[in-house]
Design a protein around this ligand. Structure first.
Ligand SMILES: Nc1ncnc2c1ncn2[C@@H]1O[C@H](COP(=O)(O)OP(=O)(O)OP(=O)(O)O)[C@@H](O)[C@H]1O
Length: 261
């Protein structure tokens, strides 16, 4: 049983270096179930590296990642997805020749482990799985507001809608935890507002969100908890109210302001 305050994700002593650069350095924090938890920090602080470590894109040099009680450190990305963690990337990654519907359908295959080969035999089980997957894609596309665009090429949609497709694809794996790496970067204010509303709706469905963002309005509006990192280390952690006033955070973002300057 996990109550609302239990940790869904626990990162303990996580480190990763690239050559001489300690991108993530002994980082520990936990994400509570049903929270929207933001990771913020200056450029190069190690935020994307942290996401890549959690989702198995790269392996840590040291440390541990736990999802509920399962040790998922260094598992393959697709295995981590099957545990219930899904993500979007900083740069939108969509296949140019796939429709919105097909793109999200691919996400469901990751969950069922369905391969193309069984399709050739068209077994009863395959057809039933296919019907259930298509039903699920329809539900998700309606949920994210893309059902009317289901037959359009995903990569030709507006930037905001492309991000929606990515989120829909991530939701197709039925995640309990969704990682969003700068999902509103490059969006106009209307797109940003609409995506913020979508994140709230996703969270209201019981999906915990870990989000990297530079937009402090978004961070302050949505976050239950914020972890600030700098030089791969945890600088401060707390609510938006606590973080905004913290001298170490102000210094990390603005540079040290001399008292008598
Ligand atoms: N594959 C890599 N090879 C070498 N160095 C890397 C690699 N990935 C990240 N780094 C370095 O690790 C540090 C942390 O990078 P990372 O991309 O995680 O930061 P970030 O906080 O996500 O930055 P931003 O906000 O600009 O996206 C940086 O110094 C970066 O140059």
């Amino acid at each position: 049983m996990n109550n609302a305050n239990s940790a869904i994700l626990t990162v303990q002593g996580l480190s990763k270096s690239f050559g001489g650069v300690k991108a993530v350095n002994g980082l520990s924090f936990s994400v509570k179930k049903n929270h929207i938890h933001a990771i913020i920090g200056p450029n190069g602080a190690g935020k994307s590296t942290l996401f890549n470590l959690i989702t198995g894109i790269i392996s840590p040099d040291e440390g541990e990642v736990r999802f509920f009680s399962a040790d998922i450190t260094s598992l393959r990305s697709d295995h981590i997805a099957k545990h219930g963690i899904s993500r979007t990337f900083q740069n939108i990654r969509l296949f140019p020749d796939m429709t919105v519907f097909e793109t999200v359908l691919i996400g469901t295959y990751l969950l069922t482990g369905a391969k193309l080969a069984p399709a050739l035999f068209l077994t009863k089980i395959f057809r039933e799985n296919e019907r259930a997957a298509k039903q699920r894609v329809e539900e998700i596309l309606k949920f994210v507001g893309l059902w009317e665009m289901r037959d359009e090429y995903a990569a030709q949609l507006s930037y905001g809608n492309q991000r929606r497709v990515e989120i829909a694809r991530a939701l197709a794996t039925k995640p309990q935890l969704l990682l969003l790496d700068e999902p509103t970067a490059g969006m106009n204010p209307k797109e940003t507002k609409e995506l913020m509303d979508l994140f709230t709706s996703v969270n209201n469905e019981g999906i915990t969100i870990l989000i990297i963002a530079h937009d402090m309005h978004l961070v302050n509006t949505l976050s239950d908890q914020i972890t600030v990192i700098n030089f791969g280390e945890k600088l401060v952690e707390g609510t938006a109210e606590m973080i905004q006033k913290h001298p170490a955070v102000i210094e990390a973002y603005m540079g040290k302001v001399e008292a008598n300057a």
